[in-house]
Design a protein around this ligand. Structure first.
Ligand code: GLN
Length: 244
């Protein structure tokens, strides 16, 4: 049985609001599709050989944790970028998403320089943007809604208007509460403010990553999973937020 390797970066520091559930979801779905899945925790200070990985996952973290992680990942940024350019799937949530840009300036004025993979920046504000959110995305090639939950003080702004957001906000705040953009999507990378059960409640996004993982390994995704429960959960949130 083919084994898929997913790195969980800094699980002790970056795991707010159950972000780890996304990994459990990927692992389970991969198993159901007939693949083994090994989740590799990577701790601060460890060297990572990104070329041996099939996917990287990073959850959200508070300002203190963000600062530690930013400094550690900085030294491995070039190797990570090579894999992203070659289509390695990466999911980065909230504080980790902010890390992909130029900087995050916290509300108390602390500057944390990011990896600068993309030309965007984040500035913290007093009022946190908290609540349920619904987006429309086309990352899978078709228009799909994505439901989730956000909780961030940072406002993210794109300097480069060729950057593609993960989705368009239908209800909620997204990147900055103003321009209706949410997150970023680049090749098989998604950066997003959506915490918690992003993949369990949006199985199409989970399968977007799985398809990308398998394609890169020359493998094929066969069969279909029974997503009635997942779709029911998705539809309930959608109905609540859009009133449809
Ligand atoms: N500290 C960041 C913010 O509030 C990220 C927090 C998080 O990951 N939830 O914007």
């Amino acid at each position: 049985m083919e084994t898929i390797k997913i790195a969980h970066l800094y699980p002790d520091l970056l795991n707010l609001y159950g972000d780890r559930g996304n990994l459990i979801c990927l692992q389970k779905r991969l198993n159901w599709y007939g693949f083994a899945c090994h989740i590799i925790p990577v701790e601060l200070g460890e060297d990572i050989d990104f070329s041996t990985l099939d996917m990287v996952f990073m959850g959200g973290g508070s300002d203190r944790e963000q600062n530690l992680v930013y400094r550690d990942l900085f030294r491995q940024a070039d190797a990570l970028w090579v894999e992203i350019e070659e289509g390695m799937p990466l999911l980065a949530i909230c504080g980790s998403y902010q890390l992909l840009g130029r900087y995050y300036e916290s509300i108390d004025g602390k500057m944390m320089y990011g990896l600068s993979f993309f030309d965007f920046y984040t500035e913290g504000e007093e009022k946190r943007l908290i609540g349920n959110i619904i987006l429309e995305t086309e990352v899978t090639g078709e228009k799909k809604t994505v439901v989730g939950f956000e909780n961030h003080g940072g406002r993210t702004y794109f300097n480069d208007d060729t950057l593609k957001p993960f989705g368009k906000v239908l209800r909620g705040y997204g990147n900055n509460g103003q321009d209706k953009t949410e997150g970023i999507s680049y090749k098989n990378l998604i950066g997003t403010y959506l915490h918690g059960p992003l993949l369990p409640k949006n199985p199409a996004i989970a399968d977007f990553f799985i398809q990308a993982i398998l394609k890169r390994k020359g493998l094929e995704l066969k069969g279909e999973l029974d997503d009635r429960i997942e779709n029911f959960a998705h539809e309930q949130v959608k109905r609540m937020l859009l009133g449809t």
